[in-house]
Structure formats: C-alpha cells, structure tokens
Design a protein around this ligand. Sequence first.
Ligand code: PLP
Length: 391
Amino acid sequence: MNKTTIQEAFKILAGAFPEARKPIGLHEPSFSGQEWNYVKDCLDSGWVSSVGEYVNRFERMLEEYTGVNHAIATVNGTAALHICLILAGVSADDEVLIPSLTFVATANAVRYCGAIPHFVDVDLLSLGIDTVKLRTYLEQIAIRKSDGCYNRNTGRRIRGLVVMHTFGHPSDLDSIQSVCQEYNITLIEDAAEALGSFYKGKHCGNWGASATLSFNGNKVVTCGGGGAILTNNKDIAQQARHITTTAKLPHAWEFYHDQTGYNYRMPNINAALGCAQLEKLPTFIREKREIAKNYHRLYANFNGAHVFNEQQYSSSNYWLNLLIFSGITRHERDELLGMCHEANILCRPIWTPMHRLPMYESCPRMDLSITEKLHERVICLPSGTRLSRHE
Ligand SMILES: *Cc1c(COP(=O)(O)O)cnc(C)c1O
C-alpha cells in the first residue's frame, strides 16, 4: 500500500503547484511593506550598528504584539537562548531538559553553558514535550532537594527545561509549567518559530522565566538575521540588556565592563528591516492560516496521512505545515522527498533528532519513540506567505 500512498500524496501536492517552474522553497521571505524605506533611512543617517532608534522601536513593537513586558533584540535566536540559559543560572555540568525533536540551536545553547542536554519525548497531538510522559519519567529519575531538582542516575542538577513550540504550534504550556513548578526546574520557552502563535489567548513567551524568538530568513518575520529575549521579569530584562552589550557601564567616554559580557545586541539595520516586517505580521498570520486551510482541504479525503492541525487550546501561526503519515518507512519518506524535489517543490523532513547527532548521542534521555516515529513519517510542506497569493 505504501508505494501508492506516497504516489497519491505526491500527486495531490504537485497538483497544488502547477507553476513550479522555479523552485518552491519551504519558507521564503516577503518584502512588501516599508522594508526599503526603513533600511535606506539607516544608511542615510549612518546609524547602522548596535545602537539606534529602530532597535528600540522593534523592541517596543514586540512587547506590544506579544504582551510580554520586556523584549531585548539580539543578533540571532541562538544567542538569545544562550543568554536566557545563563540568566536561569545554567552552568557547567547542570542538566537541561529539552525535546530531542528540535532544531540543533536548542541543544547547542545548552552546551555553550557547559551544561548537558537531557532529551525528552514529544506527543503526537502538540508535537511539543509530552508532559504525562515527562512526569512519569521525573518520578523515576528526579530527586527533589531543598536547593532544586537532581538526576538520581547522574547526580547532576536538573536546572532548566526548554520547551519548544514545534513549527510554531504551541506546546501545552500550562501543564509544562506545572511540572516545572512541582520539580523546581526553571522553564524557558524556545519560541523561535512561534511569533504569532497564541496559547489560550495569550502569546507564546509568557510562560517561561524567559523566552526567545528568531528572525532568521526563513522564520515568520525576518530581520535578515536576528532574535529576541522576552521576559516579564524586570531584573532578567535588565541583566539581559547589560550582558548582551558587553556588560559595559554607561558613561560618556569610559570603557568599563563589570563582567564577561557578550556582543549579542541586534544591529540597527536589522531592526529596521524587522520593524517593517512586524507591521505586516497580522497580514502574514492571516495568509499563513489560509495556506494551512488549503492544505487541509487538499488532503481532507486522503487516507494514510493527515495535515497537522492546531490544538483546541491554541491559535497557531502555522509557520510550517506538516504532512504526517500513519506508517511509512524512512526509505519511503526519502522516496517522496526525492519526487518532490524533482518537481521543484522543496519539501523537507523534520530535523534529525538531537540524540542521533554525534555530539549529543551520549547525552541522557528518556524513551524517545514518538520522536523517532515522527522523524520517519513527517514531511514539511512549502508554507511561505507568498504562496497564498497564487493558490
Ligand atoms: C530558528 C530556530 C532557533 C534560532 O535560530 P537562529 O538562526 O539562531 O535565529 C532556535 N530554535 C529553534 C527551534 C529554531 O527553529
């Protein structure tokens, strides 16, 4: 049956892109607003680097849109995550729980702190951390001490948990937050893919001690490159601002730095692009939800796979749409991807799970059977906002 399943799935997709003479990317940026004007303004004024009005404006716009009190713009989402972990107290030989199903940046940022990623599984409905499974696992391996949570097997402290909103679809934040509170583990949200996604009516990024966004070229909104730290905690915001700007104390001429800081602030020229993009965000989200609807329509009567649908509790930005097969092998998945690429439709698999990468294969982990399954059975469909106009 699988051979025909794959061919059918391909036929439906190819039918949706009759004009795929030029390659259809997974997510291409769209510049139809004030991008040229704002970037030109930076060049005209000479304010292109790490200070300037667009950075402030970009941060205020993010605060307003997300409802998070403080936004600090950074050079990229990975740097933002690195800072969030540092400010959560993550240090050498701590463990940080993260999904194995994530982009490599999540695990890398943990390693930048000298800490050890500890991989947890996801569930099929949210594609985020499976909290039922996590709770059962922690009951077995965690010891609660007065100063925090420890791993019984390794003796190391479990300092934090990074939840990731997979492809923009919100994880079940309330239940993850309550597990973290119960075990005294600091929650951080990797919301890199989730700008424009809401959980129970509130924007993602409001649950963790801090959260991160990414504005890489393939994300919902792009600055060329960029990221942001979001937090409702004023102290964390102040420290984040300080250590992302080389920990320099403000002074008219003196160079004085009171700790080892980072050169992680977003340049003004990137923020200018970001401001123009943020003005279009409500339009982007409308278009992206339209694309998702189209995919649902296309595959409504198809047996053997379904298009991922948001959970009742969430309103997703549908950054990427996913076709989830009920049972194909890795080989069949690759066959399908091969057909798509040949037809100029540049579908992709999901990431190789972190515990399959050489630098992370010896890290501690729970049973990761759902992650493994998803890796075999999911393909990501082209989901850029430009698509909605020629469908
Ligand atoms: C894009 C992304 C990041 C950060 O990426 P940058 O390219 O550093 O901005 C982090 N985590 C996830 C899950 C991502 O998708």
